[in-house]
Design a protein around this ligand. Structure first.
Ligand SMILES: Nc1ncnc2c1ncn2[C@@H]1O[C@H](COP(=O)(O)OP(=O)(O)OP(=O)(O)O)[C@@H](O)[C@H]1O
Ligand SMILES: [Mg+2]
Length: 391
């Protein structure tokens, strides 16, 4: 059995991985990308994780990753090159490890890859695939309380997806009153949401595309209304139409929302194929999350594919992840730690996954991107929450 494939590792990396997974690994030398892909495809079992060693020339490691991505659930590279992250993500690599990586970090990476592979298998998903036919995915980032990190997560997820599929991802700022996507991403828009719902754009998707603002990552952004007064004139029905138009044109429509369940947010959730439900680690935010998920469940507005994200994870809060899971009646999928890098990146108008790729928050955000870039799981929050209520 070979859960982990190491490509041209140095002896330290090989030893470390062996300590974690014993014999469940295979070491293969660097070949050309076609041979590499063929070899992976012929393996008796699909690898959970491929790790590229730091001695591989960068261009070869990335070419091998691109060729091998459909044969593995997760990929990582060991590299100290500070600017490798963007290209690595484009090649399908979600983790960049420093050459000084320690055993704990390897253990965590292997555990995460295993969990992801189990989820994929349970969902009957053949392979993470970036190709998609038919209407695009609409990913709603929502939370009952304000200030928990929705905008930070929406921006980083959208940029992460855009690095994988430049030109195919649009981020919509639907925090109508206080939207701050443009400042978080350092954009200076000329057009705003009100232009996207005006008659010309609503009738013609080509016109709609001209009011989007380009981000250097390849992401397109529909910035929030220019002022709260114009925001008042945007109706929920217009928002619904807009999202349908965008889903016809893009592979991914990521939507940042305002806190709570206002009419416009409910409209977003009606259209959403995926929800990223965000809570912080404080009691009122967690209670709010439980209520919000219950209400959405009753309204039939909770998409089957959902990621429960605990942001600003912090041991000092007094709550554990197990406490939170009990309180909300569902599994926590991702924990994003509170880090200085997030605030620093945001102050510079940059997404943390690009500005500080080695930041711990960037690592978990990349895992979230990887999960959202695969076919939606059909495990169903509803089923999980019903079980919880019955027990
Ligand atoms: N993991 C994190 N570590 C450190 N700071 C964070 C983290 N997540 C978010 N922040 C900071 O917390 C603040 C609130 O984040 P953000 O604006 O994304 O929240 P929000 O849920 O969109 O808020 P609102 O409901 O007001 O729109 C920002 O200053 C952001 O930089
Ligand atoms: Mg916000």
């Amino acid at each position: 059995m070979s859960r982990i494939v190491l490509v041209a590792p140095d002896s330290r990396l090989e030893r470390q991985v062996r300590l974690v997974v014993a014999e469940e690994m295979v070491v293969i030398p660097a070949t050309d990308p076609e041979q590499f892909s063929g070899r992976l495809g012929r393996m008796a079992e699909r690898p959970e994780l491929i790790v590229f060693g730091h001695q591989l020339p960068r261009h070869l490691a990335l070419a091998l990753a691109s060729a091998g991505r459909q044969h593995a659930d997760s990929m990582a590279i060991v590299s100290d090159e500070p600017d490798i992250m963007v290209e690595a993500m484009r090649a399908g690599i979600s983790d960049v490890l420093p050459t000084t990586v320690d055993l704990d970090a390897i253990d965590l990476m292997v555990a995460r890859a295993h969990e992801f592979a189990m989820d994929a298998a349970a969902a009957g998903r053949p392979a993470p695939s970036l190709r998609r036919l038919g209407p695009g995915r609409t990913i709603a980032v929502a939370s009952p309380k304000g200030g928990v990190g929705k905008t930070m997560i929406a921006c980083n997820v959208a940029v992460g997806l855009a690095l994988l599929q430049p030109g195919c991802v649009v981020l919509v700022d639907l925090d109508l009153q206080f939207g701050d996507v443009s400042s978080t991403l350092g954009l200076e828009p000329v057009y705003f949401l009100e232009h996207a719902v005006a008659k010309g754009a609503a009738r013609d998707s080509l016109v709609l595309k001209t009011v989007l603002t380009k981000h250097p990552s390849g992401l397109l952004v529909l910035c929030g209304p220019e002022s709260p007064a114009t925001a008042d004139r945007v109706t929920a029905a217009q928002v619904g139409h807009l999202l349908r138009q965008l889903a016809d044109e893009f592979l991914y429509v990521v939507v940042d929302t305002s806190p709570g369940l206002l009419e416009h947010t409910l409209t977003v959730l009606e259209q959403a194929t995926d929800v990223v439900a965000v809570t912080s680690m404080d009691v009122s935010s967690v209670r709010g999350m439980r209520k919000e998920l219950d209400v959405l469940d009753e309204l039939g507005l909770l998409p089957d594919s959902r990621q429960v994200v605990v942001n600003q994870g912090d041991r000092s809060s007094g709550l554990t992840i197990a406490d939170i899971e009990t309180a909300i009646g569902a599994r926590v999928d991702i924990v994003i730690p509170r880090t200085k890098g997030v605030g620093a990146a945001s102050n510079r108008g940059l997404p943390v996954i690009i500005d500080q790729p080695r930041d711990k928050a960037s690592r978990t955000l990349r895992v979230l991107v990887t999960r959202l870039s695969t076919e939606p799981t059909r495990k169903g929050w509803r089923e999980a929450s019903r079980k919880e209520k019955v027990s």
